[in-house]
Design a protein around this ligand. Structure first.
Ligand SMILES: NC(=O)c1ccc[n+]([C@@H]2O[C@H](COP(=O)([O-])OP(=O)(O)OC[C@H]3O[C@@H](n4cnc5c(N)ncnc54)[C@H](OP(=O)(O)O)[C@@H]3O)[C@@H](O)[C@H]2O)c1
Length: 266
């Protein structure tokens, strides 16, 4: 099976590295199509991950084509590659906001998987949700899910609208976590702790809390109850969060991200 990744940027390279390091494909089965710009081709070739190409005539060789350019480059890419694609190929798009319908119309193909990865995919701890059109066979879907799993966990969603929800939760989610972490670092510093120490306290607290959550059989509220004893320090903090309706603010934020994802898809 030959795979072509179009766009050798952050995500394109993340996939190339993950596929090769997981031995699901070898460098002879992988091609990356990039622009012939600066010393880009030489730099990519030096990585030894794949065959690096700049012309479109090799596109028909690939069984799977991964579309990993920025969403704003999608239309111009479609017009360039359309003469070289055919209906037997599967197209995996990770372009945020580019709908299956847009890809169908732009490339006149039907075997499409739309996926939404997130940033931790770069270190194999990503969360990717995907949805496939009915023209994609069970075998192809399973093969692509295995490929995506080289970057972390996957979730197969039945309806494309759920990709917008996923975008608002796991796609944007890492930024929400960093926002909360940053606030805790600021809190520690405002109470006299030095930056490096504040960062250590917060980093290890997030790490430990998540590890505990993953290993135990308790819900988040049950864990909160375990930390927050009656009349204690944690309860004092949670009381302030609840008075400020922090949970509702987070829900509203995620809903705003969802609305934006819907708008961008139009
Ligand atoms: N980064 C994330 O965490 C993340 C998460 C979810 C989804 N995504 C999606 O992943 C996609 C890629 O993001 P990224 O951060 O990897 O972008 P990126 O680093 O900018 O990589 C895209 C690469 O594709 C190249 N390119 C553009 N048009 C091309 C063409 N016609 N032929 C060949 N190469 C072309 C770009 O070159 P130029 O820069 O010269 O144009 C660039 O090198 C986006 O659609 C984004 O929505 C990213």
């Amino acid at each position: 099976m030959k795979i072509l990744i179009i766009g050798g940027g952050n995500m394109g390279l993340t996939y190339a590295r993950s596929f090769i390091n997981s031995h699901v494909v070898n460098a002879e089965q992988l091609m990356i199509l990039e622009k012939d710009k600066d010393d880009r081709i030489e730099n990519l070739a030096r990585l030894g991950l794949a065959q690096i190409i700049t012309d479109y005539t090799k596109i028909p060789e690939a069984e799977l084509v991964i579309l990993a350019v920025k969403p704003q480059d999608a239309a111009s890419l479609f017009s360039k590659i359309k003469p070289y694609v055919d209906a037997s190929q599967v197209f995996l798009s990770i372009m945020a906001g580019i709908t299956i319908q847009t890809i169908r119309e732009g490339l006149q193909v039907n075997k499409i998987i739309r996926a939404m990865p997130n940033l931790p995919a770069q270190i194999g701890s990503g969360m990717t949700a995907f949805t496939a059109t009915e023209e994609v066979s069970r075998f192809e879907e399973q093969w692509i899910q295995n490929l995506l799993q080289t970057t972390g966990k996957t979730l197969n969603v039945q309806h494309e609208t759920q990709i917008d929800v996923v975008t608002a939760i796991s796609g944007s989610g890492p930024a929400y976590i960093y926002y909360f972490m940053e606030s805790m670092i600021k809190a520690a510093m405002s109470m006299g702790i030095r930056t490096a120490e504040a960062e250590l306290l917060v980093k290890q607290t997030f790490f430990g809390a998540l590890q505990l959550y993953q290993q135990g059989n308790f819900s988040c509220s049950e864990w909160i109850q375990k930390v927050a004893s009656k009349g204690g320090t944690t309860e004092a903090a949670i009381h302030v969060f609840e008075e400020g309706h922090l949970d509702q603010i987070i829900i509203d934020g995620a809903k705003a991200a969802f609305q934006r994802a819907v708008e961008l898809g139009k």
